[in-house]
Design a protein. Sequence first.
Length: 238
Amino acid sequence: MTDGQVIKCARYKSSVKDFGVPGVLKMTRQRFFFRPNDPKSSARLNVEFRLVKGHKFTKEGSNKQALLNLTVDQGGNYIFEFDTFSDRDACREYVATAIAVSGEAGRAGSERSAAPLQDEQLSHAEMERRIRLLQEDSELQKLHKQLVIGGVLSEAEFWATRKKLLDENASRKSKQQVGLRNDMFHVKPSSDGSSNKVTFKLTPAIIHQKAYRTPGIKIIFQSGRMPLTEKSRSVCYT
């Protein structure tokens, strides 16, 4: 091995039984090359290791060829025969390392292709939705701290798998009716002083809230049979 490379004499074979083309096999971290001794031969190779999915080899023994078979993702293969098993093993170990390194590089490339998730532009409303959900769910807040603040996931990756949770929370909030203010329950009656008649003055807000919070009144209110309107009106009780 020289400067992170392996260079060995070998025969490139189309099959195990083929005599093979003698030449030089050179391996680097990214690819392997085969140059035949005969300059007129067309058996020249220049193959990237990212295309190699596995390798097979013969066990050392009497009357056995020192073979190394590299399989590629298109279903093909490259078979090399070496003069000694030590040369073959040096290439075999190098191939195993090169395949592993190439696989890691491929995964890193896939992760980089998903990088736009980390650069997403959030609207003010979306930011408020996330903050509100974290405030209401202590367990989710704890998980967010561990994964996002801890550097395991990006903000976008964390929320990408919880979009349904955000939508459900927003839907639930939109269905909740705003409660009556305390001062709505303290409607002071008035009297004319000359009879037993007591008058309560209801504001449009009180009429609307009362109608929509009480099922029976709501039905009457929506049907138009309720004597009250959205205008302020006095309701008398005797």
